[in-house]
Design a protein around this ligand. Structure first.
Ligand code: ZN
Length: 220
């Protein structure tokens, strides 16, 4: 559970007015919740450490659109699983080895760029969304510049999360249209998915594909 305060702090620290490009030179949107009035939410699942069978069965049964932010180091040998669980959504970039963008010793280029080529070859689609590990460095111009050079057009954060317990939101209110929910590939993923879907349903919201609500680069 130690992740929750840290992950909520990461989003709470960033005022809403920063959900716009931070510089003219490297204009990259940082999205905490999609800008929509449609009755939808977005389920995102990070890392890839555990590949839970029950979670996959639940996603397939419900045909849930999942955006998987995979760490490249967790992927080899589990391609089939991630392709299947993401079949109504997409597979996106969550770095090579989960390096912390706020650590000056992190080689940003090495963390972001090889994933683009690898997933294109492995999954057949080039990522265009990037989620910074721990939510760190989302506003960094250096991150934006390097990510843009490697074909990323969106930094995707979150405004809600489930991590083995109930659903929390950064604003303390229930889920809203456009909310982006953070989950992880852990042993509690099936539980977390059920909690997320139930919390959405309680607000009259349904999971949708995040790709449909952000601006994709042309040619995707
Ligand atoms: Zn992560």
């Amino acid at each position: 559970m130690h992740r929750i305060p840290r992950l909520l702090a990461a989003i709470a620290a960033i005022p809403a007015f920063l959900v716009v490009p931070v510089s003219q030179a490297a204009a990259m949107p940082v999205t905490y919740a999609a800008d929509t009035r449609d009755p939808v939410v977005f389920i995102t699942i990070d890392d890839g450490i555990v590949t839970s069978r029950g979670a996959l069965e639940y996603v397939v049964k419900k045909k849930l659109p999942i955006t998987s932010f995979l760490t490249l180091s967790e992927v080899p040998g589990h391609e089939k699983y991630f392709r299947k669980i993401s079949q109504w959504g997409s597979i996106q970039n969550h770095t090579t080895t989960h390096g912390n963008f706020a650590d000056p010793s992190t080689n940003l280029h090495r963390q972001i760029c090889p994933v683009q080529k690898d997933y294109r070859e492995r999954f057949g689609v080039t990522p265009w969304m990037l989620r910074p590990p721990y939510g760190e460095g989302a506003k960094s111009e250096r991150v934006h510049e390097i990510a843009a050079r490697c074909g990323i057009t969106e930094i995707v954060m979150w405004d809600a999360l489930v991590d083995g317990g109930p659903l929390y939101t950064s604003h303390g209110k229930p889920l809203q249209p456009g909310s982006i929910i953070l989950l992880h590939y852990t042993s509690t993923l099936e539980h977390d998915l059920r909690v997320a879907v139930k919390a959405a349903r309680a607000q009259g919201l349904v999971p949708a594909d995040l790709s449909d609500y952000l601006t994709q680069p042309t040619g995707q």
